[in-house]
Ligand binder design. Structure first.
Ligand code: GDP
Length: 238
């Protein structure tokens, strides 16, 4: 567990992409962090990385629609990337932009070759929202085959009593049960950045994904690693 944590603490900023086509060519296994706005995604990334401001909580609509990439592993031999996807469900984003952004995210999650795993942040007090479930639908096929692994972090667990925590886990288990297959690799962890509950377990899962992921080879015909030719739609509202 200590090794896993020192690995997650190696996370550093790589680049920001505002178009899917601007993402670096897939060369390393990638893990996407997704979640409803305010679910605790930035805080979780910063806690895993033990870095106060690596991921920014971006509540301003204009700043929400970028993918921030982080790199992990030794500086001279990086071995994984994390992609911080914009939080969804932010009320102030116009409906059209929202829908378009959902499509872009769906394209990334459904087609990005390098994607080895998805970390979904869900507020443990509220459980899966309709948008969370929609996103699970987008990825259910890749999760079902085991091509993409899934870790659900039930965040802010420090706010729950023991009884509420058990209920939160059971409710999440029920939703995730629909995704289970013989090949699916799905886990969930009660997580708190405040108490550090679940931090070591989350780091272990991420470290294991990295160790299990095959090295990605860049595809010269499809440098962005997206099979979908329409996936280069702009992420920002017009
Ligand atoms: P994001 O929009 O998903 O990136 O969410 P943030 O990381 O900005 O967190 C949203 C709010 O929840 C902030 O006020 C955080 O301080 C708070 N928060 C995040 N994680 C925790 C946690 O583990 N415990 C508690 N009590 N609050 C948290």
């Amino acid at each position: 567990m200590r090794e896993a944590l020192s690995w997650t603490q190696s996370a550093r900023f790589l680049t920001t992409a505002s178009l899917l086509t601007q993402l670096p060519a897939p060369g390393l296994p990638e893990v996407a962090f997704v979640g409803r706005s305010n679910a605790g995604k930035s805080t979780a990334i910063n806690t895993l990385a033990q870095h106060r401001r690596l991921a920014f909580a971006s509540k301003t609509p204009g700043r929400t629609q970028h993918i921030n990439l982080f790199e992990l592993g030794p500086a001279d031999a990086p071995d994984a990337r994390w992609a911080d996807l914009p939080g969804y469900g932010y009320a102030a984003v116009a409906r059209g932009a929202k829908l378009r952004w959902q499509q872009v995210m769906a394209d990334y999650l459904a087609h990005r070759h390098a994607l080895a795993g998805i970390v979904m942040l869900v507020d443990s007090r509220h459980g899966f929202t309709p948008l969370d479930r929609q996103l699970l639908d987008f990825v259910s096929q890749r999760v079902g085959t085991g091509e993409v692994k899934l870790l659900v972090l039930l965040t802010k667990a420090d706010k729950l009593s023991r009884n509420e925590a058990a209920k939160s886990l059971a409710a999440a288990q029920k939703v995730l049960g629909d995704l289970a297959t013989d090949h699916a690799d799905i886990s969930m962890v009660l997580f708190s950045a405040l108490s550090r509950q679940g931090l070591g377990d989350a780091a272990l899962v991420l470290r294991q994904w990295q160790a299990a992921a095959p090295a990605q080879l860049a595809d010269p015909v499809d440098p962005a690693g997206l099979a979908d030719p329409d996936a280069g739609a702009p992420l920002s509202p017009p």
